[in-house]
Write a new protein. Structure first.
Length: 154
């Protein structure tokens, strides 16, 4: 069920508080809104995330190149090494677990990607052979029934 509509004054005040570094709880209390309403509004309008916000407003930027599996394994190892430190808070442990899971998933997907590239390569080779056979067939249909195709057509 949608909440009350945002007025221009509400939006302006919300943006001012976000820019001033107010916490999500303070912003919600002052505007009479729930956390999701403030987070959605901030994300939609491209404002920075509230201080102490555990919700994500991260926008993913796609890399130009894929990371090779060795690099992903290094990231996994770095996360494992950091996880050995004493005194990590719950959020940091969750973040490290997410990194480890993502690195493992990336390596699995990389294997599928490599297999797909091989299939595409073989398909391209098959297409080339098919085109060559079609050219020979076409040449044979244009030549007489007793003529042999020229070596260059084979």
């Amino acid at each position: 069920m949608p909440g009350k509509p945002w007025t221009l004054e509400d939006e302006k005040r919300c943006q001012e508080m976000l820019e001033a570094g107010e916490s999500l709880d303070v912003i919600c209390q002052e505007l009479g809104r729930n956390k999701d309403a403030v987070l959605v509004k901030a994300k939609r309008l491209g404002w920075k995330a509230p201080v102490g916000c555990t919700h994500t407003t991260t926008m993913l930027e796609l890399p130009k190149e894929l990371v090779d599996p060795e690099e992903a394994l290094k990231i996994l190892l770095a996360a494992l090494n950091v996880s050995k430190q004493a005194g990590l808070d719950r959020i940091e442990v969750q973040r490290l677990m997410a990194i480890a899971t993502l690195a493992r998933t990336y390596n699995d997907l990389w294997k599928d990607y490599e297999r797909l590239k091989e299939v595409e390569k073989k398909m391209a080779e098959i297409n080339e052979r098919l085109e060559a056979l079609e050219a020979i067939s076409k040449a044979m249909s244009h030549s007489g029934p007793n003529e042999e195709p020229k070596d260059s057509q084979l």
